[in-house]
Design a protein. Structure first.
Length: 163
């Protein structure tokens, strides 16, 4: 059975952009089950000859701030259950947010490989700014730009190594 990699993180950090880059022309299967699994996209990809499935999480219910956060927590818990490895994506443009800290708290307790991807690192200034994500307590991070693919090779090398 192929390994499953889940991409988690708050909305707008670039999860779907990265997912689409990963699966390229391959087709994503949209899971139409309602509830927390809504809008989870499943795709297949491979890197360095190693095939794996990838889940793009989303489908958050936007209501009060509390509901919003609870919904992300559910996505993270689901990912922890079903995935063999997790990519936690954050956004250097906004920097560390309380929601990022909340997700990091859940992921720090997980006994599965977690890869912190700092996205939107499009220039040298942003590469400098990315260091603030050490404060999440998840160790080393991967600076990437999902739009142009910069840094994604290093992330995928480490990821498939852990599968
Ligand atoms: P999601 O909600 O986490 O799935 O985020 P999306 O993939 O929908 O992206 C949210 C926004 O961030 C879009 O406008 C993307 O074009 C933008 N975005 C994604 N990756 C990058 C990146 O590497 N650099 C920049 N500057 N913008 C990006
Ligand atoms: Mg998305």
């Amino acid at each position: 059975m192929s390994s499953i990699v889940a991409i988690v993180g708050r909305p707008n950090v670039g999860k779907s952009t990265f997912f689409n880059r990963l699966i390229q022309r391959r087709e994503a299967i949209v899971d139409s089950v309602s509830g927390v699994t809504r809008d989870r996209h499943y795709g297949k990809t491979d890197w360095n000859g190693r095939g794996f499935s990838v889940i793009d999480t989303g489908g958050y219910v936007i209501g009060s701030e509390d509901v919003f956060e609870a919904e992300i927590d559910k996505q993270v818990e689901l990912a922890i259950e079903e995935a063999d490895a997790i990519i936690f994506m954050v956004d250097v443009e906004t920097g560390v947010t309380p929601m990022d800290e909340d997700v990091a708290n859940l992921l720090r307790r997980v006994n599965k490989p977690v890869f912190l991807a700092v996205n939107k690192v499009d220039n040298a200034k942003r590469l400098e700014n990315a260091v603030e994500f050490y404060s999440l307590g998840l160790g080393e991070y991967f600076p990437i730009a999902s739009t142009n693919g910069s840094g994604t090779g290093e992330l995928l090398d480490a990821l498939v190594e852990a599968l």
